[in-house]
Design a protein around this ligand. Structure first.
Ligand SMILES: Cc1cc2nc3c(=O)[nH]c(=O)nc-3n(C[C@H](O)[C@H](O)[C@H](O)COP(=O)(O)OP(=O)(O)OC[C@H]3O[C@@H](n4cnc5c(N)ncnc54)[C@H](O)[C@@H]3O)c2cc1C
Length: 496
């Protein structure tokens, strides 16, 4: 009774495989793609490598803890480099703001725009820290399985004004419209709209200030490889190109999974895939009491992303590592993406330039980037086969005009992914980039539970479960499974 299967090699899946192994399970990992990492995989094209997804690393202690569960030191496997500034925000009128960890530098920039906001910022930061103390330190790795678990936190949520939105809370303390944008864009990093998401997500600001923003030497791919190396040492087999097509259930309990490469028996299964997709397509309907198709379809999926990867001859040393390139509209653009579900003519972008922190990332004389644009998910009906090239060209022209002179003439490679990639390749419903949207009614108890209510022995981990998307979120979801899954009766010893 100690055979565990983990479906998927996102950070949530990899972390779960290590934690289950630490408990003494014999673990097998099955991944549908030909490479590991999920959203954090690496693309290689024309001699350039690109981290496909997460690059902003916060809360690195979560990796230290993870390696410690099997008696290892994370620093023996990879290196985290601090990033400064955390982000540079480029406003549409040419103004810019460096969002940094150092309070004096932050305050100097706030004072230059609106002296009255200095006091407001300090109060807002204090408020964010109080939210962080409860929302992160107490709740991020605690399971929410019952209504009672949820009711217990309501008094704190009211006291911390979590009935306000992130934008509402920032606006309570800060007047300057630009500074409001600087401190409110964070929910977008986990698929939320600052104008509708609960202010509990202000904890991200406190989290970044506490532990800093980091980049892994060699890129996020180096971190994925470090986890794979550790799994090899732990004698966990990772099967790539192995999509799980059915979760086999007998008498309401998992007994294994079916793939084109055969049946894998198991005593428990943890899926790192989209739970909505799993309930719709991988489990026979007769086992589903709670997660019926109608219920799954009622969930609101997060926005999606258009991500353009490109390599250049020559370098752009003037760019920061993380650039937020804001367009002319803020609330209205988010309204287009989240509510009207239309592809707008303008955009706000995140530009990733890894060579600024990790000088060896590309050889001398070459540079590489990705730029992402939040776009509606595939519920919008946008035809990306038609729109993709045009949209990519528009973004390149925009970057060339604002920040990267001569860009298009210097391109050595460029390609992109659209919401279709998330839907068709990663099997995320509606091509959502961050799982279900982090609305209040889809958070904590209301998110997909880590333990399936319909099938015994089936668990979920990753962006769709509590606490939600983002690397710290999914590592915490793996951590909280420790509370739900007991060690097997006959643990398999962990190799030292
Ligand atoms: C472009 C982009 C940039 C981002 N930037 C950041 C950032 O800078 N910082 C940050 O913290 N977060 C960032 N995020 C969010 C973060 O990357 C994700 O929330 C997180 O990595 C998701 O991890 P996960 O564990 O949910 O698994 P995922 O990465 O979603 O992986 C799930 C895996 O399961 C596999 N799978 C699914 N179904 C099956 C099946 N049936 N059989 C076999 N395999 C299956 C998929 O192929 C995939 O490999 C970003 C996301 C994107 C898309």
């Amino acid at each position: 009774m100690n055979r565990a299967i983990v479906i998927g090699t996102g950070f949530g899946g990899l972390a779960t495989a290590i934690r289950l192994r630490a408990k003494g399970y014999q673990v097998t990992v099955l991944e549908k793609c030909g490479d590991a990492g999920g959203r954090a995989r690496q693309f290689v094209r024309d001699g350039f490598r690109f981290d496909a997804g997460p690059t902003v690393m916060t809360a690195p202690y979560l990796f230290d803890e993870l390696f410690a569960t099997v008696g290892r030191e994370a620093q023996d496997y990879f290196q985290m480099l601090p990033v400064d500034p955390f982000y540079r925000v480029f406003f549409d009128d040419g103004d810019r703001f460096d969002y940094v960890g150092d309070q004096e530098r932050l305050i100097e920039q706030i004072r230059a725009r609106n002296p009255a906001d200095v006091d407001g910022y300090l109060k807002m930061y204090d408020h964010a820290k109080r939210i962080f103390d409860v929302g992160y330190l107490q709740l991020a790795d605690a399971p929410f399985e019952t209504v009672r678990d949820m009711l217990k936190v309501v008094p704190d949520m009211l006291r911390l004004e979590n009935y306000r939105t992130v934008w509402g809370l920032v606006s309570k303390y800060i007047q300057d419209p630009k500074i409001r944008q600087v401190f409110s864009f964070h929910p977008l990093l986990v698929g939320g709209n600052p104008f509708t998401i609960t202010s509990i997500y202000m904890l991200i600001h406190a989290l970044e200030r506490k532990w800093g923003v980091h980049f892994v030497k060699g890129g996020t791919a180096a971190l994925v490889q470090a986890l794979i190396r550790l799994l090899n040492e732990l004698e966990v087999t990772v099967h790539l190109n192995t999509p799980v097509e059915r979760i086999a259930v007998r008498d309401g309990r998992v007994i294994g999974v079916d793939t084109p490469n055969g049946h894998f028996p198991a005593d428990l299964v943890v899926s790192n895939g989209d739970p909505g997709y799993t309930y719709l397509h991988l489990i026979e309907p007769r086992w589903l009491k709670k997660h019926t198709p109608a219920r799954v379809h009622r969930k609101k999926q997060s926005m999606s992303l258009f991500v353009l990867y490109f390599g250049t001859s020559g370098e752009y040393p003037q760019l920061p590592h993380h650039g937020i390139v804001l367009g002319p509209r803020y609330r209205e653009l988010l309204d287009d993406i989240f509510h009207k579900q239309r592809l707008a003519d303008d955009f706000s972008l995140y530009l990733h330039a890894p060579k600024r922190t990790d000088g060896d990332y590309y050889p001398a004389g070459k540079d590489g980037f990705y730029v992402l644009s939040p776009v509606p998910n595939n519920h919008s009906g946008v035809n990306w086969q038609q729109e993709g090239e045009r949209y990519a060209e528009k973004i390149l022209a925009h970057l060339e005009q604002r920040l990267m002179p001569g860009l298009r003439a210097r391109l050595e490679t460029s390609f992109f992914v659209t919401p279709d990639y998330f839907e068709q390749e990663l099997w995320s419903l509606q091509g959502a980039a961050f799982g279900i949207e982090p609305l209040f009614q889809q958070s904590a108890y209301f998110r997909y539970h880590n333990r399936s209510e319909d099938v015994d022995g089936l668990y979920f981990v990753g962006a769709n479960t509590h606490p939600g998307a983002g690397v710290p979120g999914v590592l915490n979801s793996a951590k909280l499974l420790d509370h739900l899954i007991a060690a097997p009766r006959q643990p398999a010893p962990v190799p030292v």
